[in-house]
Design a binder for this molecule. Sequence first.
Ligand SMILES: Cc1cc2nc3c(=O)[nH]c(=O)nc-3n(C[C@H](O)[C@H](O)[C@H](O)COP(=O)(O)OP(=O)(O)OC[C@H]3O[C@@H](n4cnc5c(N)ncnc54)[C@H](O)[C@@H]3O)c2cc1C
Length: 210
Amino acid sequence: MPATPPLNSDYERRPYWHAGMPALPDRSGKGLPDTADAVVIGGGYTGVAAGRKLASSGARVVVLEANTLGWGASTRNGGIAHPGYKWGPESLAKRHGRELAMRLFADSVEATEFLGRTIRENGIDADARWNGYAELAWSRADAEHFTREAPLRTEWGTPSRAVPLLLSPRRNSPQSSPFPARCRCVARHSANSCSPSAAAISDAPSNAAT
Ligand SMILES: Cc1cc2nc3c(=O)[nH]c(=O)nc-3n(C[C@H](O)[C@H](O)[C@H](O)COP(=O)(O)OP(=O)(O)OC[C@H]3O[C@@H](n4cnc5c(N)ncnc54)[C@H](O)[C@@H]3O)c2cc1C
């Protein structure tokens, strides 16, 4: 067997999102204004969003992008958006204290709602579906944690509940044992299958230069 298995025959060397979005206008070589109120370097989500915000308040903004708009991670991601961090509310509170943890969590809820508003209010064709999400527990401790944390997640702005599931042990695995798992379901506040590339690019400032 070769050290590196061959790629599937239908493998395409381009980001998934590029397959379903219109071709981007070629802005390379575009002349730059002599002056600007703000120059943003990098035309991913961060740069385009910053440029948009500044331009909407009347500033003359130039966005400089080394490749094409959305070249970096912004057109290579999974397209999933939901509040929260790597750490859940309990761990966040342990790390930063309850007050700061609540504010951090609230920021992440607002960020997800901001994404939704931006898509809706600008008529961006991102195929976004706001359908909540489910997380599977991978251990007994994780399952118990889901149950304990669901009310806190709900209180902090993401209505959640733990759903009991009974999993069978994996075959041929001496370590595994059946455990009452939990599936954490978080209602609302989550988009998937949205096309970040289209969302980021279609509303790009017209004076973006690449
Ligand atoms: C594989 C993968 C999957 C991911 N999945 C998810 C997900 O499902 N959900 C989620 O929320 N996040 C996800 N992320 C993270 C998310 O995509 C990034 O956090 C986000 O795109 C970062 O945006 P950005 O604008 O800061 O950076 P980028 O999108 O990387 O944009 C930076 C831009 O700056 C340009 N640039 C850099 N240097 C210069 C320079 N000197 N001059 C001019 N231009 C320059 C680059 O060409 C690039 O276009 C994922 C990331 C990856 C890589």
